[in-house]
Ligand binder design. Sequence first.
Ligand code: SAM
Length: 323
Amino acid sequence: VGMKIDIVSVFPEYFDVLNLSLFGKAQEKGIVSVAAHNLRDWTHDVHHSVDDTPVGGGAGMVMKPAVWAECLDELLGLEPVEMGACDASEDAAADSAGVDDQPTDEQPAADASEVRIDRSEQPTAVDGIHAQPSDATDDDTQAMPQSEADAQPAAAPGTVLIFPNPSAPLFTQRDATELSHAGRLVFGCGRYEGYDARIPPYYRAQGVDVREYSIGDYVLNGGEVAVSVMLEAITRLLPGFMGNADSIVEESYTGENALLEHRQYTKPAVWRGVGVPDVLLSGDHGKVDRFRRDEALERTDRIRPDLIAKLDCRRLDKADRKT
Ligand code: SAM
């Protein structure tokens, strides 16, 4: 059974293109199955409204938690839970969900077993966030569980709920690799000023593995493009997705010591008077490998010195050190 993907958006038709190209073929082969849902299907008012004005004032509109929750509860097979008055800060949520375990650039990549649902820890309240009375309207309650009694069967293990968010940690190849081991991904596309900040901690408190990722230091109009980017980076790593499995092994950002890739050329060897490096025509595989490795190191140092700074020098060979 392939990876199951649900995408929730106010523009689900945006994802019609997933029927094309390699993604379309992967669906035909059963490697992935995708369903795009319209968030407005979970509204009850005549205008199908999914947004409201920001609490505390300010410009723009914010996506309502109640609509998202009806949708996500149904997709994840969860019952609504009335939460106790406690903390919904990012720190408390991260502690409770073990999201600090997410691989960082300093930590080794997680293996398949890292994609999991961990319901063993209950979140604890910390100072700094004012508590709401427990009889406050559900839209206003800081959403964290009160006790073990609030626990309910978790969404299926291997399910990861992902929200694109420009103010979240950057999505990297390492995240793509980790998430390619998940059984099911549910993406929630934000719009307007974004989604109500209580949604991710609420679902973490329900035992769901929730991630928020930015795809870069810029602001898009909505999460649809960001989801497309993440989805492609993740699914091309699935066995059988790419026609040639080798093509994903030696790529930029990939492997223990991730570098930018060396430059690539195809025939003819001379095009409009511009030749390829002679060594690539030498037929000497050792020399070609060394040339490419040197170029990868040199380019990474020049273009992305931050990646060079993260290299594990013990994994470099003697010739690398000279470069
Ligand atoms: N008010 C938000 C801020 O300043 O951080 C920006 C909201 S943006 C206009 C609306 C939605 O687009 C976000 O909720 C998110 O889903 C998506 N989005 C925009 N830029 C993104 C980025 N760089 N990475 C991931 N998602 C992004």
